[in-house]
Design a protein around this ligand. Structure first.
Ligand code: SF4
Length: 221
């Protein structure tokens, strides 16, 4: 696939009857559904409990994640784990993934500068997310940040307007029939990296924890 062609999407790499996340992960390692695999080190698939009650969806792997092949292992991941703990969520009941599974960046000298994935990358990578949800059957999906929220709930969705609200799968979502939405509730909050960038980190962190407490309450009992 050349850089100028539109992404063909991940669908043909997704095993039709996958029985486990490990099977999906192994298949995703060879995905060529868009051009992002060309410069990234490796596919960074989701990880966590095989029957997670809560699934967190971020934007894409960062520099550290790309090198280690694991999601949320950099500074934002550490902060997320702390927030999960402070929100009273059992860390063994969660699964963490990204809307896009390869690192998109711009090379500047030796540095790799994060670039937001575009709508075409999000659409191309969506079959992996659908496959993950189908196997996991979570109770609550938490979108971390604007990119993940748009990927899941549609381009009209605004995190700033709706964060921290537990809701049925929003009507704004594109192709909601892709997801087993009848049983899933949705919640959006900020990305942990936004806390790290915030001028007032304490307040931003408290806001994140408060949002996550709503998810914790939804799966308790
Ligand atoms: S970003 Fe997603 S669709 Fe693109 S190559 Fe990677 S896994 Fe495949």
């Amino acid at each position: 696939m050349s850089r100028t062609e539109a992404p063909i999407g991940a669908q043909e790499w997704v095993p039709p009857n996958a029985q486990s996340i490990d099977e999906l992960k192994a298949a995703a390692a060879n995905c060529r559904g868009c051009e992002l695999y060309q410069n990234a080190t490796q596919t960074v698939f989701g990880r966590g409990a095989p029957h997670a009650k809560i699934v967190f969806v971020g934007e894409q792997p960062g520099d550290v994640e790309d090198q280690q092949g694991l999601p949320f292992v950099g500074p934002a991941g550490r902060l997320l784990r702390e927030a999960v703990d402070d929100a009273g969520i059992d860390p063994t009941s969660v699964y963490i993934t990204n809307a896009v599974k390869h690192f998109r960046f711009e090379q500047r000298g030796k540095r790799r500068i994060h670039q937001n994935p575009g709508p075409a990358h999000i659409a191309a990578c969506r079959p992996w997310l659908v496959a993950e949800f189908s196997l996991l059957q979570p109770q609550v999906v938490v979108a971390l940040g604007a990119t993940a929220a748009r990927a899941l709930f549609g381009p009209a969705f605004r995190v700033t307007r709706s964060r921290g609200q537990l809701m049925p799968w929003p009507a704004s979502a594109q192709h909601p029939e892709d997801f087993p939405i009848a049983e899933i509730e949705a919640l959006a909050t900020i990305h942990p990296s936004a806390v790290l960038r915030a001028d007032d980190r304490d307040t931003a962190y408290k806001g994140l924890v408060e949002d996550l407490r709503v998810a914790a309450a939804a799966v308790s009992g």
